[in-house]
Design a protein around this ligand. Structure first.
Ligand SMILES: CC(C)(COP(=O)(O)OP(=O)(O)OC[C@H]1O[C@@H](n2cnc3c(N)ncnc32)[C@H](O)[C@@H]1OP(=O)(O)O)[C@@H](O)C(=O)NCCC(=O)NCCS
Length: 158
């Protein structure tokens, strides 16, 4: 298993497949729209997110993280672990390592607002446990009643 920056063509195909068919991804994320097909993936790429992949020895996609600036509110992140790698304890190191790598880069280092935020479902226990371990705390309601905003102040060291 290894972490790499960017996705191969094989990984992109698998990302689209999971987005459309993985029940937990469909339940907790908007990936079925974001990565509906190659065209929507290419459109999303224009946001310029930094993307990292967790892959096996044969370059099969086991997970993905991405990071980027979101509005005036600092930076946001996303993580997915897929089927074979999910609920097996890989998410903390995967997110921590890729987030730390992103934070060393010019985009983050040069930003005035270094705060992190994200929105998640209240009942997504694996996600909320993970974010809290990484220093995120609830900071208000999300777009809908079952969602919450998590924020991490700059200076948190994991
Ligand atoms: C959210 C997600 C990335 C977490 O990764 P994961 O591989 O499930 O998590 P891990 O196995 O590393 O476990 C993380 C923590 O959650 C707990 N956990 C794992 N699966 C759980 C489950 N089904 N129910 C409750 N807690 C769970 C673990 O015990 C661990 O806590 P600990 O560190 O105190 O032991 C993954 O579940 C996922 O991709 N889900 C679908 C997409 C998604 O929801 N993404 C996030 C959207 S905001």
């Amino acid at each position: 298993m290894e972490i790499k920056k960017g996705l191969s063509e094989k990984n992109i195909g698998q990302l689209i497949d999971y987005a459309n068919n993985d029940e937990e991804v469909k339940r907790f994320t908007s990936d079925a729209g974001r990565f509906k097909n190659r065209e929507s993936y290419d459109e999303w790429l224009k946001k310029g997110r930094a993307i990292y992949a967790l892959v096996d020895e044969e370059d099969n996609l086991l997970g993905i993280t991405w990071f980027g600036k979101e509005g005036e509110g600092g930076f946001t992140l996303a993580i997915r672990t897929y089927e074979r790698a999910r609920h097996k304890g890989f998410s903390y190191n995967f997110l921590k390592e890729t987030m730390n790598d992103f934070m060393k880069g010019d985009e983050y280092q040069g930003a005035e607002n270094k705060e992190w935020w994200l929105e998640t479902s209240k009942d997504n226990s694996a996600a909320t446990i993970l974010y809290e371990k990484l220093g995120f705390r609830i900071d208000g309601e999300g777009k809908s009643f079952e969602k919450v905003i998590y924020r991490r102040r700059p200076g948190f060291v994991s």
